[in-house]
Unconditional design. Structure first.
Length: 256
C-alpha cells in the first residue's frame, strides 16, 4: 500500500503569503507617466520681438511663429507649455521710455598764430588751454556751433556752413547710432560711426578748383564715448596745403 505524503500546513501558508502580493501587483493597472499627452497653445506677443523670444525658448517645446500677427504657437506637454507661457510673461514687457540726448558740437579753427581770447566762448577756455599744450597751435577761433537732439538707439545727420578757412566752409556731421549706457546718474553716451567732414565753400575756393579741380576737404571718422556733462575733443583734421586745422569738440546732456 502506497503512503501518501502530507505537505505540512506551515509550508502551504508560506507559499500563499508570497504568492498573494505578486498576484496583486500583476492585477494593478499600469500608471500613466505624468504629462504624457501633448497640448498646444497660442500666445500673443505685445511688446517684444517674437523671433527673439522664439529663439530663446524653442529648446523647451515646439514653437512656431507668425511675425505679422505677433503670435507664438507652442506644442508640448502641459508642463512644457506652462513653462513657456510663464517665460513669455516675464519677457514680453513694455520697453523703458527712450532717452533723448542733446549733443552740442563745437567746430574750432586752430592756427599757428595767437588769436584774441574773445574768439571762443568762455566755456571753451579750458579746452583751448589743453589743446595748446598738446598741439602745435597758439590760437583758436570758433567756426560754428550746432545743437542736435537724438533719441536713444537712433542716428542723426546735420549739414551747415561756417566761417573760415579762409573765409568760408561747408561741414557735415553724421552719427549712425547713439546709445545711452548705464543707469548711473551721469551716464555715458556712445556714438557709433561718427563722421565729420568740412570742405571749402565753392564761392571761396576758386583758385583751388582751377588748379586741382577739387575742393579742399578734411574729414574725421570714429566711434567715441562722451561722458554726460564733459567736453570731449574728438580729434583734429587739416585742409590740404594749409597750416590751420579744424578741431571737433562734443558735449552731451540727457534730456526728457
Amino acid at each position: 500500500m502506497r503512503r501518501i505524503k502530507l505537505i505540512p500546513w506551515a509550508i502551504v501558508a508560506i507559499v500563499l503569503t508570497l504568492a498573494v502580493p505578486a498576484w496583486g501587483q500583476q492585477m494593478e493597472p499600469p500608471q500613466k507617466p505624468a504629462d504624457s499627452g501633448r497640448v498646444g497653445k497660442v500666445i500673443r506677443i505685445k511688446y517684444a520681438d517674437p523671433y527673439r523670444i522664439r529663439n530663446l525658448l524653442i529648446q523647451f517645446a515646439t514653437i512656431t511663429m507668425d511675425d505679422q500677427m505677433k503670435v507664438l504657437t507652442v506644442v508640448g506637454t502641459p508642463s512644457q507649455v506652462e513653462a513657456v507661457e510663464e517665460a513669455v510673461a516675464k519677457l514680453d514687457v513694455p520697453p523703458p521710455p527712450a532717452k533723448n540726448v542733446e549733443l552740442t558740437a563745437y567746430y574750432l579753427m586752430a592756427t599757428p598764430q595767437p588769436t584774441q581770447a574773445s574768439d571762443i566762448p568762455p566755456d571753451l577756455d579750458e579746452v583751448a588751454t589743453q589743446l595748446k599744450k598738446v598741439l602745435n597751435f597758439r590760437g583758436f577761433h570758433l567756426l560754428n556751433t550746432t545743437l542736435i537732439r537724438i533719441r536713444d538707439g537712433e542716428g542723426a545727420q546735420i549739414h551747415g556752413a561756417a566761417g573760415h578757412p579762409p573765409s568760408g566752409a561747408d561741414f557735415g556731421l553724421s552719427i549712425r547710432r547713439m546709445d545711452v549706457g548705464g543707469e548711473e546718474k551721469e551716464p555715458t553716451v556712445h556714438l557709433r560711426e561718427l563722421n565729420f567732414s568740412i570742405s571749402e565753400s565753392p564761392a571761396t575756393s576758386e583758385v583751388n578748383r582751377q588748379t586741382t579741380g577739387n575742393l579742399s576737404r578734411a574729414e574725421l571718422r570714429t566711434d567715441i564715448d562722451i561722458p554726460v556733462g564733459q567736453k570731449v575733443v574728438v580729434g583734429k583734421t587739416s585742409f590740404e596745403m594749409s597750416d590751420n586745422a579744424v578741431v571737433l569738440v562734443l558735449t552731451a546732456k540727457v534730456v526728457d
